[in-house]
Design a protein around this ligand. Sequence first.
Ligand code: NAP
Length: 244
Amino acid sequence: MKTAIVTGAGRGIGRATAVRLAGPDVTLIINYNSSSRGADETAELCREKGAEVITVQADVSKASDCEKLVSAALEKTGRIDVLVNNAGITRDGLLMRMSEEDFDDVIAANLRGTFLMMKAVSGIMLRQKYGRIVNLASVVGITGNAGQANYSASKAGISALTRSFAQEIARKGITVNAVAPGFINTAMTEAMTETAMKAAVGAIPMGRPGEPEDVAELIAFLAGDGAKYITGQTICVDGGMCMR
Ligand code: NAP
């Protein structure tokens, strides 16, 4: 039996990941921040695949909430095999006009949230001598993106955090990797203007956006035993966006 935590799993890539990981041999800890209804829907989809599921409200930018989330998992099964740090937000705008609050909020949810969750599970995974951590980075963390200085910086930070923690625990049976989606059809990208959306799709060699399930497939691979000799990597799922 494996226990997997997926943060921000009430919709989009997080939901697709939880559903992809779900099965009779898996207990899923579905995290949400504000949308309990979305988390309940994800939980139902996972139960249909035979998984045991609990939903837990937690704001990953707060250390006490991360500890609450980890405690809920431990109370349920006594172990944590997989952590997917998927929760993330955008607050787009040109740097010259970006408020300090919009900068700080994005860093807090994306980068600090990933740090806090990895820290919260680290002792348990070390005791188990087993763990798979998958963090959600982004192609814009590699290329940068006009209008997303805060978000790009948070995602570049997540890749660096991934490489650093991977090195610290590489000998302990724990892998830490990141996936970097390109342009994926979710609520996050629906918020873009039509012009920005056209420009983004125009930059994809495959000529179309990806689906949350495309990202979930790579996350599931990195979360599984087949990926045991892969650590510290940031792997793009982007229809080719990042090759040039
Ligand atoms: P989404 O549809 O906006 O979903 C994001 C989820 O994160 C929401 O369910 C939200 O939960 C949760 N969340 C936000 N802040 C949180 C917090 N502080 N604590 C706990 N949960 C929080 O986004 P998505 O497109 O599926 O993206 C998922 C991940 O992939 C993000 O990290 C994103 O940056 C990354 N990514 C996405 C794309 C893309 O094209 N879509 C590209 C590159 C990277 P609540 O609604 O409950 O607040």
